[in-house]
Design a protein around this ligand. Structure first.
Ligand code: PLP
Length: 181
């Protein structure tokens, strides 16, 4: 670990993975951990998160952050979110169930995938990627088409959130890949 540099660890998906460096920060004075309310708490777009680290590491950041950097709508939303952690736990459970169902669907459809610690899954549809992405979009299901990106040929990033949405996504995948032309 470089001694004269600050290392930023992005924990945007930590609620889903259950893994965090925060308990170790006491012995890592040059590490700063970033968390967001955009993912597990469903507050994307409100631009609210938190950083945690040794006071010496945080001080220069504190000096650089403008006053009023957090907007009032975000403050109200975070207070409400923190008073309803059961909602976040419920969403986490839905994500786990969605991933399980998506993996099973990929196995049935002969699609490779990487097990995910987040709320999305990278699926390798190979030659079928374009057809799957376009066919799904035409049916109202949007997946991120990564198939043209270096190292991710044939890959789609599929969201795995609310189970009812995942079920619809799986139905559409089956229709596009197995349905009669
Ligand atoms: C979502 C996300 C963030 C934080 O997003 P904000 O909406 O700006 O809080 C940070 N890193 C990664 C990798 C993310 O996916």
């Amino acid at each position: 670990m470089p001694k004269d540099a600050i290392v930023f660890v992005d924990e945007a998906y930590a609620e889903f993975s259950g893994v965090s460096l925060i308990p170790e920060l006491e012995r890592l004075p040059n590490v700063v951990v970033g968390r967001t309310f955009s993912k597990a708490f469903g507050l994307a777009g409100l631009r609210i998160g938190a950083i945690t680290g040794h006071p010496d590491a945080l001080e220069p950041i504190r000096l650089a952050v403008p006053v009023y950097s957090v907007n009032i709508a975000a403050v109200v939303a975070v207070q409400a979110a923190l008073q309803d952690l059961a909602y976040m736990e419920q969403y986490k459970a839905e994500v786990e169930e969605s991933k399980t169902r998506l993996y099973a669907a990929c196995d049935r459809l002969g699609l490779r995938y990487w097990k995910s610690a987040a709320n999305f899954v990278l699926v390798n549809a190979g030659e079928r990627a374009e057809r799957l992405a376009h066919g799904a979009a035409a049916r109202g299901i949007y997946v991120r088409n990564r198939s043209k990106e270096p190292g991710r040929e044939g890959c789609l990033r599929v969201g795995a959130g609310v189970v009812a949405h995942t079920e619809r996504c799986i139905d559409v995948f089956e229709e596009v890949l197995c349905g009669a032309e």
